[in-house]
Design a protein around this ligand. Structure first.
Ligand SMILES: *Cc1c(COP(=O)(O)O)cnc(C)c1O
Length: 423
């Protein structure tokens, strides 16, 4: 069994004698075969690449690496994190179904679930993730197909109790889907706590260098789809000449269906080039995460001592509301993301951001560069005040993504900007 640092470098691509040491970019939409019968056979069982809309050898290596890191049976990359979240839901739901989601999740996902899924006839019922089991139980309906939560919520930085929710979801016969973007499999492996499906925006720490967007869905292979609630997985798919996903793919039925049905129809698949770049990011993921956590912890401690700062949210801090959950789910660290409320609300928050000399003001997070963003006026601008509160966001909140520069330089920059904002 390889450990994470080794998997980041060695998993996925295994060159044979005389082959390139680095996973090559296979820049081809198509693959040629000796006989027509062989191609026909591929439609019966897809065990080779056929067409670039749903698979590619370069991206395939990345998928294997991520599946290995998460401890899953298979993975499928998508063109964005949003597409991964959407497909993870559409793979189980159709018009007339409902899903349950924690309300403290990424703003883009709130919009996707509350507005766009609704247009498709799928209802999303939001729950307070800190509610007790009884209250959460009441949200389930006969048509509920899944439960969704975020390990470390963007930007509320609440820690999701994966074990609690997996027990509740399983009691109701549905899977738990976890957005593990901020934690990455280096800091948390949701399958070990009973989650069934994991999604990521690979745009963030996995890519790590702000080079290109992407997403991924990972299948644990642990959920029993044959419980009467998921006929689409266990009965013949007429859109695929009677293919039965659980029969053909066994434990990897969910991810097999996502590719054969949804990716075939939507085609939101990354290019070989994107796969190549993502792999470079993944190779250093374990090393980078360790440093992000270390830098962020130092910065978080500094922020708690600064008079211009009202509150600091970082679950790694002993006084944080989610510290106990962080100790359980994120023992190696809580990522590089810190949320802080600057005294004086929205206006001072903007003054602080504008006064930064090194940290970048950008619509991004988990960059190698330290960067800041104002959720209330940027990423979460579309949310109503109520949704903002539910997502754990104040008007004066700044989301700080601590990068990999020298931590003393980061702190110097933050200190001078906080001083300037307080004037
Ligand atoms: C950014 C983000 C997404 C969306 O990913 P994109 O790659 O931007 O589409 C989803 N979930 C979380 C937690 C994110 O931070």
């Amino acid at each position: 069994m390889m450990r994470d640092e080794t998997k980041c470098i060695r998993s996925g691509y295994k060159p044979k004698n005389g082959e390139p040491g680095v996973m090559p970019i296979v820049q081809s939409t198509t693959y040629v075969f000796d006989t027509a019968a062989e191609i026909g056979e591929l439609f019966n069982f897809p065990n080779a690449h056929m067409y670039s809309r749903f698979s590619n050898p370069t991206v395939d290596c990345v998928e294997k690496k991520i599946a290995d890191l998460e401890g899953g049976v298979g993975a499928m990359c998508t063109s964005s994190g949003q597409m991964a979240s959407l497909m993870s839901v559409l793979n189980l739901c159709q018009a007339g179904d409902s899903i349950i989601s924690a309300s403290a999740i990424y703003g883009g996902t709130v919009n996707l679930f509350a507005v766009t899924l609704k247009k498709l006839g799928i209802e999303c019922i939001f729950v307070d993730q800190d509610a007790d089991e009884e209250e959460i139980d009441k949200k389930f309906k006969d048509n509920t197909r899944l439960v969704f939560g975020e390990t470390l919520a963007n930007p509320a930085l609440s820690v999701f109790d994966i074990e609690k929710f997996s027990k509740i979801a399983h009691k109701h016969g549905v899977p738990l889907i976890i957005d593990n973007t901020f934690a990455t499999p280096i800091l948390c492996k949701p399958f070990e706590f009973g989650a069934d499906i994991v999604v990521h925006s690979t745009t963030k720490y996995m890519d790590g260098h702000a080079l290109q967007g992407g997403g991924v869905i990972v299948d644990s292979g642990n959920f029993n789809w044959n419980n009467g609630k998921f006929p689409e997985l266990v009965e013949p798919d007429e859109s695929y000449h009677g293919f039965v996903y659980t029969e053909k793919f066994g434990r990897a039925a969910y991810i097999g269906k996502a590719r054969m049905q949804l990716m075939r129809d939507f085609g939101a698949y990354p290019s070989a080039n994107s796969g190549f770049l993502l792999n470079i990011g993944l190779e250093t993921l374990a090393v980078r995460m360790e440093r992000y956590c270390k830098n962020a912890m130092t910065v978080a401690r500094f922020l708690t001592t600064h008079p211009a700062v009202q509150t600091v949210r970082y679950p790694g801090l002993p006084g944080d509301r989610y510290h106990a959950l962080a100790e359980k789910y994120l023992p190696r660290g809580c990522s590089g993301v810190i949320s802080l409320d600057v005294k004086g609300g929205r206006e001072t928050a903007e003054k602080f951001m504008d006064a930064l000399k090194m940290a970048s003001r950008e619509v991004h997070v988990a960059d190698i560069r330290t960067c800041v963003l104002h959720p209330a006026s940027m990423t979460h601008r579309q949310l109503t005040d109520e949704q903002l509160v539910a997502a754990g966001i104040n008007a004066g909140m700044v989301r700080l993504s601590v990068g990999l520069e020298n931590v003393d330089d980061i702190i110097e920059d933050l200190a001078q900007a906080l001083d300037a904002a307080a004037k």
